[in-house]
Design a protein around this ligand. Structure first.
Ligand SMILES: [Zn+2]
Length: 424
């Protein structure tokens, strides 16, 4: 890499968590293999996450950094103006976001992330579980059909499940169930309080009772499924699948409280503070603020903190379609869609460029950004680099603030790119 170069390719860190898709089933592994043909994919190993950023547990390496190999984090520390003046001042000289690709085979825990105020308190009280004092808003954009749980269902749906799934109703009890039924006509505050009562009752149920009721439900669904009835009205197959992944786990019942979404490629969900969620299956790009603060309550072998979770959640039911986060079309660039969540830490851009175009100019931004090539082959030309940088599927490019980059298409193939940045 030349001195003064401010746009360069990165080699990013793969996390092989057990819940990841294995081998070439994983989009993470496929991206890795196409960007670097020397990588051997192990078909029996999980490839869960690709981390594109400066997080200490997965700081990206600068490719072609010469005699003195460097990570992106080290480079940014020495080249602070590359962040952009506002980003540098607001986020104390750090890249404010972590950009990822996720390939999910088995469900990730039911969780929520604290807002800043709660994060500060949790970090003070239990730093071993809450490692920093920052909030952690997240956004997931599907690359393949991506299934997840997000936010509370409308109360009418939950009440209907309580009728159709007596095993669940038994754990919650008659008093809380009646409260929830009656709350519907009494306004959002009554709903929130009744919902909190029901959900807390469920999550604090005795383990023995949970295991017993799940066993009964699994038996009932299995019998029906083998008789050809898939019990779609109570998500029978999903329940069986989750129970197989996490036998006896209280989180299996969460599908009756939380909206079940399947995002199609390009569709997104934004997870603001205190919204309960779980990723179930599929591949996505994800962007988040720099934090590890997750409050978990099920579908996980990790530390769970039910009291904190039940207390912090926003008990605001909404239909699942309201949980989709729609991008806006750019006025300046017909190929650009912008996913701009209501938090300062990050914005994600999606660029879909037809293969018939010979050149595509990436907009200069007053923010450092990271670009992932999901599809397509280009040469990137930029003033600070002495030579063009080859970029193909799986390639990742760091772009310093205010740098202009021209992508020359070297094959008549449509481009699909995602770019994380911070628009203040
Ligand atoms: Zn999360």
């Amino acid at each position: 890499m030349a001195a003064g170069q401010r746009v360069f390719a990165l080699s990013c860190v793969v996390q092989q968590y057990a819940w990841g898709k294995t081998g070439s089933n994983s989009e993470v592994a496929r991206l890795l293999a196409s960007s670097d043909p020397s990588v051997q994919i192990s078909e029996d190993k999980p490839y869960a996450e690709l981390w594109m950023g400066t997080h200490p547990r997965g700081d990206a390496k600068i490719l072609d950094s010469g005699m003195m190999p460097k990570t992106l984090g080290q480079w940014i520390a020495e080249n602070q103006d590359s962040l952009g003046s506002k980003v540098r001042a607001t986020f104390h000289g750090q890249l404010p976001f972590l950009f990822k690709v996720l390939s999910v085979e088995t469900a990730l825990s039911i969780q929520a992330h604290p807002n800043k105020e709660l994060a500060e308190r949790l970090h003070l009280q239990a730093p071993q579980h809450y490692p920093d004092a920052n909030h952690k808003p997240e956004m997931a954009i599907a690359l393949t059909p991506f299934q997840g749980l997000c936010g509370f269902r409308p109360v009418e749906e939950i009440v209907a499940f309580l009728q159709k799934v007596p095993e669940l109703q038994l754990l919650i009890g008659d008093a809380e169930t009646t409260q929830l039924q009656q709350s519907v006509d009494r306004g959002p505050q009554a709903v929130a309080s009744a919902l909190r009562g029901c959900f807390s009752q469920l999550m604090t149920s005795e383990k023995k009772a949970v295991v017993e009721q799940l066993k009964l439900l699994v038996m009932r669904i299995s019998q029906q499924v083998s008789a050809g009835n898939h019990m779609k009205d109570i998500h029978g197959e999903l329940l069986l699948e989750l129970h197989q992944q996490y036998p006896g786990d209280i989180g299996c019942f969460a599908i009756y409280f939380l909206n079940l979404l399947t995002l199609q490629p390009g569709e997104a969900m934004f997870l603001e503070a205190n919204v309960p969620h779980a990723y179930l299956k599929g591949d996505c790009v994800e962007c988040m603020a720099c934090s590890d603060n997750t409050v978990r309550a099920g579908l996980t072998p990790k530390f769970i903190d039910v009291p904190t979770l039940c207390q912090m959640l926003s008990y605001r039911p909404s239909p699942s379609r309201d949980r989709l986060f729609a991008p806006t079309r750019s006025q300046e660039d017909p190929y650009l869609s912008i996913y701009d969540p209501p938090v300062p830490d990050f914005t994600v851009m999606k660029m879909e460029v037809p293969g018939s175009v010979s050149e595509y100019k990436v907009l200069p931004l007053d923010s450092a950004s990271i670009l992932l090539m999901v599809q397509g082959t280009v040469m990137a030309i930029t003033p600070s680099a002495p030579a063009a940088i080859a970029l193909q599927r799986g390639g990742v490019l760091f772009i310093g603030a205010n740098e202009s980059v021209s992508l020359q298409l070297t094959a008549p193939k449509d481009l699909l790119m995602f770019r994380a940045c911070c628009l203040l």
